[in-house]
Ligand binder design. Structure first.
Ligand SMILES: NC(=O)C1=CN([C@@H]2O[C@H](COP(=O)(O)OP(=O)(O)OC[C@H]3O[C@@H](n4cnc5c(N)ncnc54)[C@H](OP(=O)(O)O)[C@@H]3O)[C@@H](O)[C@H]2O)C=CC1
Ligand SMILES: O=C(O)[C@@H]1CCC=N1
Length: 260
């Protein structure tokens, strides 16, 4: 399945390469990278921006440019690819049928990963009609992510909303928690240290205990206590139960727009 041609090596492509390297899954020597903005010295060992005529060597093509420019980004590449190259796209919203058409009928898998692939702790939602394309996507992402195979492509929008975008929701929550702690009188640096250690520990406890989040929440929430007072705000009217469905609906709508 190598060489892997990476079309776009920005935040997500870079995270993936880092994760592969650390997991020992793929080395930079397995990669051909095409990105006009690549910083000198990045991806040492990979073939960087080689002549188009050499791209026929690629067995797998990872499409990792922004959805808004994917067609322009691949137009000059497609005629040079091997007929049996398999396309794996992480572009949000962009449909497999459109990708396959643009790539002149080549097999396509779609993946929606998270940035934690960089440390081998990502999540990745996969969809492909073609079994070989699906197997190729599994081989790329299983070393660095918890993989879910979706039964139909439409669910990629929901997976993007609940997974691909969701690390940003958590980071936004931590930012707000830190700021609110400082507003209650804590030194801002101390508020940040407390908030981050608390969230990281709580996530690790959820993983290691295997308990349901609702059970872990109950373990913190003394009847009539401080947590119950805060949760009445967070889980009451206008709280998470109202906000997250709206946020996910907005992400799904945007994913559909990006797909055109
Ligand atoms: N970031 C994330 O958490 C996730 C992103 N994705 C998907 O991954 C894809 C990439 O996102 P992300 O990494 O965040 O975006 P970035 O903008 O960080 O990366 C895209 C890279 O592609 C480069 N590029 C632009 N034009 C071309 C071209 N013609 N050929 C090759 N490379 C080109 C860009 O350069 P320049 O900066 O100069 O434009 C940039 O370095 C998107 O489709 C997104 O939907 C999916 C899941 C999660
Ligand atoms: O924000 C985005 O559109 C991409 C897709 C999921 C995460 N980042």
């Amino acid at each position: 399945m190598t060489p892997i041609l990476l079309l776009g090596a920005g935040r997500m492509g870079g995270a993936l390469v880092q994760g592969w390297r650390e997991a020992g899954a793929f080395a930079t020597a397995d990669l051909i990278v095409r990105d006009p903005n690549i910083s000198p010295g990045a991806f040492r060992g990979a073939v960087i921006n080689p002549p188009l005529e050499t791209l026929g060597a690629a067995k797998t093509v990872l499409l990792a440019v922004k959805p808004q420019i994917w067609r322009e980004a691949v137009n000059d590449v497609v005629p040079h690819l091997a007929p049996d190259a398999v396309i794996v796209s992480i572009a949000a919203g962009v449909r497999a049928a459109d990708i396959s058409e643009t790539f002149e009928g080549r097999r396509v898998a779609r993946v929606m990963p998270t940035t934690a692939v960089a440390i081998g702790r990502g999540a990745a939602s996969l969809y492909a009609e073609d079994a070989e394309a699906l197997a190729r996507a599994q081989a790329l992402f299983e070393p660095v992510a918890a993989v879910s195979v979706l039964p139909n492509e439409d669910l990629m929008h929901a997976a993007t909303a609940v997974s691909g975008s969701a690390p940003a929701y958590l980071y936004a929550f931590v930012e707000a928690l830190e700021a609110a702690g400082a507003a209650q009188g804590l030194d801002p640096a101390e508020s940040a240290r407390l908030a981050r250690a608390t969230i990281i520990g709580a996530a690790a406890l959820m993983e290691q205990s295997g308990e349901e989040p609702a059970e872990l929440r109950k373990q913190v929430t003394s009847p009539g206590g401080t947590t119950a007072a805060a949760l009445a705000v967070l889980m009451g009217e206008g709280g998470f139960g109202d906000l997250l469905p709206k946020a996910l609906a907005a992400a799904v709508a945007r994913s559909k727009e990006l797909g055109g």
